[in-house]
Design a binder for this molecule. Structure first.
Ligand SMILES: C[S@@+](CC[C@H](N)C(=O)[O-])C[C@H]1O[C@@H](n2cnc3c(N)ncnc32)[C@H](O)[C@@H]1O
Length: 334
């Protein structure tokens, strides 16, 4: 078989599984402090020496490790495979290799052919119901989302002046990474994080690091029922999880809860016109939404219409934050 760019794409899931396996076996963490010879690494990771040698050779070809005179070392490209590294993909890779996620991607054909999320076709229930019944996977999901948000939180508070906010409500705020950045940048604001009980379970330590407990509240709840009142309402990575009808319910709850002078900020990738290279991140994320939740990424026009149908006017949109595809869409109640 000729190894063309198309071959590389076709075997993309093999690449994903190689990275997942390295992370699952603890290879990047073992190399974090410095290079190690393969024999030592096999002992540290409790692996078969020959099998690990083949994995290391594949990781070398992918450019995430390199051979030095002191043994195998992580490259710059490979460093985000470690947990705690800025922009870490550690939790995301563990998540991608989870059997339920693996099965969901294997059901993309069903989602394209008959609609609905591939996850539901594969597992028989929606992703968030599945997470509610699997605390380990829920923790992983929450950590992976928080790591992604950590990449944009600093850029967010630099791009949008949050200092005038009185009550900031982060809807579906996950592990609190975004709200923590806002509370640090807006010392007079009070923060409320709404998420499901399992989603919010790990938010307190993140928020405690940013601000004393009197400055924030964790509100376990369902954003399809109601959301807490505030003058700055954040929806990051929420609307893209849901279809237009479900987004309408969330947005109408936000419209009821927002102060007359308030602002609703939607942080999402936006699908640009055409399918040039700049569209890749948003378009790939759109397919991930089709697989995982049945949601979708949207164009500016689609967001404008969605917001207008729930009593919001789209008033501004930023450039993508940092190296990500996430933009801030500002909406005012009307
Ligand atoms: C894609 S994650 C985004 C998390 C966070 N906003 C971020 O960007 O890092 C979606 C979040 O919505 C939460 N969620 C899902 N359904 C919910 C519901 N019905 N009510 C409240 N939270 C929900 C999940 O627990 C999860 O934390």
């Amino acid at each position: 078989m000729t190894y063309t760019p198309l071959t590389r794409m076709a075997f993309g899931y093999a690449t994903s599984q190689i990275l997942h396996t390295a992370v699952r076996l603890g290879v990047p963490e073992a190399l974090e402090a410095g290079p190690l010879q393969a024999e030592k690494l096999a002992v540290e990771t409790s692996c078969d020496r020959a099998g690990l040698g083949r994995l290391l050779r594949a990781l070398t070809v992918l450019g995430v490790v390199e051979q030095t005179s002191d043994g195998y070392a992580l490259t710059e490209l490979g460093r985000p495979l470690c947990p705690g590294h800025p922009g870490s993909l550690h939790a995301a890779l563990l998540l991608l290799g989870d059997p339920a996620m693996w099965r969901a991607w294997g059901s993309l054909t069903d989602a394209v052919r008959s609609g609905g999320s591939a996850f539901e076709h594969a597992c028989g229930h929606p992703l968030f119901d599945h997470l509610a019944g699997d605390p380990g996977l829920s923790t992983l999901f929450n950590t992976a989302m928080g790591a992604g948000t950590g990449e944009v939180a600093g850029d967010f508070v630099r791009a949008y002046d949050v200092r005038a906010a009185r009550t900031v409500v982060d809807i579906g705020g996950g592990n609190g990474t975004l709200l923590a950045a806002v509370l640090a940048a807006a010392p007079d604001a009070h923060g409320i994080l709404l998420d499901s009980a399992e989603g919010a379970a790990r938010a307190a330590p993140t928020l405690r690091r940013a601000a004393p407990p009197k400055r924030w509240t964790i509100a376990p709840g369902d954003f399809f029922d109601a959301v807490p009142e505030g003058d700055l309402i954040l929806l990051k990575g929420i609307l893209h999880d849901w279809d237009d009808r479900q987004c309408g319910t969330i947005l109408r709850n936000c419209r009821r809860a927002i102060a007359p002078d308030g602002r609703l900020l939607v942080l999402e990738p936006v699908v640009p016109p055409g399918a040039g290279p700049g569209a890749a991140a948003a378009v790939m994320s759109d397919i991930a939404m089709l697989v995982l939740t049945g949601g979708q990424e949207r164009t500016v026009a689609e967001y404008r219409a969605l917001l207008a149908a729930s009593g919001f006017a789209l008033s501004a949109i930023t450039e993508p934050l940092g190296a990500t595809a996430t933009r801030i869409l500002t909406a005012i109640p009307c």
